[in-house]
Ligand binder design. Structure first.
Ligand code: GDP
Ligand code: MG
Ligand code: ZN
Length: 221
């Protein structure tokens, strides 16, 4: 779960999150909450994101825990499934869960609580049974997502649209889609078949893990 505003969407956060779940092939729904607060510019950002991520095969939902928008749609998706609800603190995870099932009466944080010094209202992951079938796990907010457990090559393999093209790269699965000759991903980027946003986030994560030296990587495994 995320939101375009309050708190403002961190660039790269969605792609980092997707990179975390992609290796495990977990079906992922991206929920943009707080739609009641969006202004025109926010809806434009949402439209871009919806188009991008639906195009990649993810389910995208616009919701509001305040007005109940999107709740019916979400319930249908949660029915008879075990779902983990995750996202930055303050995006409205507990609030939306209360909309889905009022009897849960989860504690909701106010703005000062989540924008303060790392205070979270939800402090541990907790699984709740859903009346209409299924279970849902509410989790405390995520602050950062690191990828020390992944090799550069695994980053490339878990950006799904890059991976789909990699067999057409001259270096195939070994291509990091940076400066290699005859790279199908870079060719697709030039033709605007790949989102520059995704590509930038990819390069950033790649650089980040390459900047960690070997010792740091082993130590943190
Ligand atoms: N306007 C608006 N405020 C919301 C919405 N969802 C949550 N909030 C507010 O955002 C704050 C954080 O909500 P909370 O559910 O605790 O977020 P969590 O940390 O993700 O569980 C609270 O003040 C909520 O009242 C929404 O859809 N619209
Ligand atoms: Mg919460
Ligand atoms: Zn390539």
């Amino acid at each position: 779960m995320t939101t375009i505003t309050n708190p403002r969407l961190k660039p790269g956060f969605i792609d980092r999150f997707l990179l975390m779940v992609e290796p495990y092939e977990i079906p992922t729904i991206i929920v943009f909450n707080k739609a009641d607060l969006y202004e025109d510019a926010d809806f434009e950002v949402f439209a871009y994101m919806e188009d991008l991520y639906q195009g990649l095969g993810y389910t995208v939902i616009l919701a509001s825990a305040k007005t109940g928008d999107g709740v019916k749609e979400l319930k249908a998706l949660l029915k008879d499934k075990v779902t983990m609800l995750s996202g930055q603190s303050g995006v409205g995870k507990s609030s939306l869960l209360n909309q889905i099932q009022a009897s849960l009466q989860l504690r909701v944080g106010d703005i000062s609580e989540y924008s303060g010094k790392g205070q979270h209202t939800t402090t541990f992951a907790e699984m709740h049974p859903l009346d209409f079938g299924g279970q849902i796990i509410d989790t405390p907010g995520i602050k950062t997502l690191g990828f020390i457990h992944l090799e550069p090559n695994q980053i490339a393999h878990n950006f799904r649209e890059f991976f789909a093209l990699s067999s057409q790269c001259r270096f195939g699965g070994a291509c990091l889609h940076r400066n290699e000759p005859n790279c199908a991903v870079k060719a697709a980027l030039e033709k605007e078949e790949i989102s520059p946003l995704r590509y930038e986030n990819y390069l950033y994560i790649l650089q980040e893990i390459e900047d960690l030296n070997h010792w740091e990587r082993k130590k943190n495994m």
